[in-house]
Design a protein around this ligand. Structure first.
Ligand SMILES: C[S@@+](CC[C@H](N)C(=O)[O-])C[C@H]1O[C@@H](n2cnc3c(N)ncnc32)[C@H](O)[C@@H]1O
Length: 208
């Protein structure tokens, strides 16, 4: 877990460490002072700012590995003056264990994660067993995990991890309906749609 001092330097406009980069001025305590909505792999930020606009009474945090894309997220956040929305650039699998307290997140979104199909690159995947454990730790009871992917085996693996490996999450049709209503087309949605790919949608809810 983090120590308070670890984020002191975030007061600078831009702070870079081996683990993450941020472009915003904020205090760690403020970030987690109210319920958090998280997006893993925010890309260019279309959905992140949509979340920020929709959930004004929550803090919305995006984590994006690619710094150029994270900068695009930040530009959109600033342009809209969204004071409840933040972006980190870095690996979610490092940032979350270091800085996120337990049971603070009420919704996590992951839209079109990269597949990394070869077994030799499997560890690069954003979502595998350690990610499921990490999401479970930071999620409140009743929180949801919202996924849309063009890769069927990603959908199946996420389902397996939540419902069988962890066993304390259920697939939720009711929340899936809400996710479909909330969704706005992202860059990769448009890209894969134009190629005629199928999409697999799922929402899982934390039971206990
Ligand atoms: C296919 S893109 C989808 C982007 C966006 N969600 C969309 O729908 O347009 C996947 C994104 O996940 C990011 N990503 C991959 N691994 C990550 C990780 N470990 N931590 C944070 N972001 C990651 C990539 O940099 C990329 O921007």
């Amino acid at each position: 877990m983090y120590e308070k001092g670890a984020f002191a330097t975030m007061k600078k406009e831009v702070y870079t460490s081996d683990v993450y980069t941020s472009f915003q001025n904020f205090e760690l305590d403020n970030l987690f002072s109210r319920e958090v909505i998280l997006e893993l792999g925010s890309g260019n930020g279309v959905f992140l700012v949509h979340l920020g606009r929709t959930f004004k009474d929550k803090n919305v945090i995006g984590i994006e590995l690619d710094i150029k894309r994270a900068k695009k997220c930040y530009k959109k956040i600033s342009r809209e003056g969204l004071e409840n929305t933040f972006v980190f650039s870095g690996d979610a699998k490092e940032i979350i264990p270091l800085f996120f307290p337990s049971s603070v997140v009420s919704k996590t979104f992951m839209l079109f994660p990269d597949p990394w199909p070869k077994s030799s690159t499997w560890r690069n995947r954003l979502f595998e067993i350690s990610s499921a454990i990490m999401v479970d730790r930071i999620s409140k009871v009743g929180a949801t995990f919202n996924l849309v992917t063009d890769v069927e085996y990603i959908f199946s693996e996420v389902n397996e991890l939540f419902t069988r490996v962890l066993g304390n999450w259920d697939f939720s049709n009711e929340w899936l309906f809400e996710f479909r209503k909330l969704f706005v087309p992202t860059l990769y949605y448009e890209k894969w749609l134009s190629e005629g790919r199928n999409f697999y949608w799922g929402v899982w809810i934390k039971k206990f």
